[in-house]
Design a protein around this ligand. Sequence first.
Ligand code: NAD
Length: 366
Amino acid sequence: MTLRIAVLPGDGIGPEVIAQATRVLRSVCSLSGQELRLSEHAIGGAALRHGDSPLPAKTLRACRDSDAVLLGAVGHPAFDAESPAQRPEAGLLGLRLALGGFANLRPAICHDSLAACSPLKSERVRGADILIVRELLAGLYYGTPRGADAREQSAWNTMRYTKADVVRVARVAFEQARMRRARVTSVDKANVLETSRLWRATVDEVHALYPDIALDHMFIDTCAMRLATDPRSFDVILTENLFGDILSDEAAAVTGSLGVLGSATLGGGVGIFEPVHGSAPDIAGRGVANPIGAIASAALLLRHAGRLDTEANEIERAIEDVLERGYRTRDLAIADESWITTAEMGEAIEHSMAESIDRRWAYHAV
Ligand code: NAD
């Protein structure tokens, strides 16, 4: 069956890293005989520049007609002064809402070879393997009322959660924990926020259905501190939208670089697969962006949207292999270590994959 993917490169480094992700996708699918149909569409600043809305109707239609969406990143300082609806970020928030994926899975793994890249001591971070499950369709990013009054120099947002919002994402976290080390840490601010008290009580209720999973609750401030001091103590972190956004960037930095983390948004009609990082306008167009987060997102896409575990494993193994062999993009290079460009990293991963698949064929042919 053909896997149809809507590719939305977006802004800044989005197109650079997505070019490498699609190169690897094409390659693994051609090596394994899996048919693939990619179609590219504009979102965010790239759409606004053509006089469109940040989420053009034709882009949304194409996403709905696909099996999965592979997205780069949106956002550019050129639009910073625009109203919320005319900013690139509105395109991404609109897409998430329209496709309905409410659970954003962000795996943060410290590869042995990357332990030295962490700002933490290697022995504290080596072996860290965390899955952040971030609620993606509620909380401050979507709650109303929201607005700003320039005359009164005030602005307001609303953090709103319903019990149903929490139940569905908590189930995802417990299910994921079952396939890992059977521990969930639910993160909130229940000492201050009503939404967090609802969150905590609801997670406890859902937990009753998963007696085989250990659950603990942690305040967001404690969790931020613990991630920086003892990242290996976590298995699955379950949290709401804003907290998850912040904690996953921290987890990325702690385990090596923001550039290496991919994510999968599940639970809706069509899944969205995108790196955790933003559009990084400070480094766009210079060939220094790390494409591993985008390539890891492509692996997640194959696993979750295509049920192509073997191909997903091949990509993940190739990422680990090139890192072990010492290939580094600039963000991963320590001191005067040499580094390779975005495209060279994509090429190295593609080669590693092809070599391994060739070896397997040769083995079966004997
Ligand atoms: P960012 O993630 O774009 O960048 C933060 C820092 O990490 C920068 O120094 C950047 O150079 C570096 N970085 C990020 N990705 C990298 C990569 N792949 N390789 C090497 N270095 C990398 O966050 P920001 O600077 O706060 O935001 C820039 C823009 O991105 C803003 O417009 C913001 O709204 C947008 N944004 C979009 C998303 C998304 O599309 N999902 C997420 C976060 C931020």
